[in-house]
Design a protein around this ligand. Structure first.
Ligand code: THU
Length: 158
């Protein structure tokens, strides 16, 4: 028997410590929290995806009275990005959220399992790491890749 630890390399940065590209992506994710349709959870999430063609595709969570029919901000953006630009590779994603009070969450939120699985596939299609930026009110978590937050993922085994 052997014991293994899986670690996640996470950098916590202030907004000012980000580079211009990262700041722009975080700004767009934060702005998109205002576009969220979340009358049930009242939890508003925005996402912004940078593609290698320079386009930034944004999305916000969309809910429905039949609760499971809603979808997260990350998948709203990811599915549209790949539908709109099927040849483009994902380079980075930023995610932000505000709560019922309208204030940005203090602790960065991180994508649910379904979104990680979806983003992982686009990372694999890109053939390179997709940086993940998780914005909180005072700090931004920088993760180097989707696979770093999705260890032991199910992948196509063909
Ligand atoms: N949500 C997202 O859009 N992204 C996440 O990373 C976590 C959760 C949404 C789903 C639902 O509309 C609301 O936030 C509350 O869970």
């Amino acid at each position: 028997m052997k014991h293994l630890d899986i670690t996640i390399p996470l950098t916590s940065a202030t907004y000012d410590e980000l580079d211009d590209t990262q700041r722009n992506l975080v700004d767009k994710a934060r702005a998109m929290t205002r576009q969220s349709y979340a009358p049930y959870s009242k939890f508003h999430v925005g996402a912004a995806i940078l593609l290698d063609n320079g386009e930034i595709i944004t999305g916000a969570n969309q809910e429905n009275v039949a609760y499971p029919s809603g979808i997260c901000a990350e998948r709203t953006a990811a599915f549209y990005a790949h539908a709109r630009y099927p040849e483009a590779k994902f380079k980075a994603i930023a995610i932000a959220a505000h709560d019922t009070s309208g204030n940005e969450v203090v602790m960065p939120i991180s994508p649910c399992g379904a979104c990680r699985q979806v983003l992982l596939e686009y990372e694999q299609l890109a053939g390179a790491d997709v940086q993940v930026l998780l914005a909180g009110a005072d700090e931004v978590y920088i993760l180097p890749s989707v696979h770093s937050i999705m260890p032991l993922a199910f992948v196509d085994f063909d």
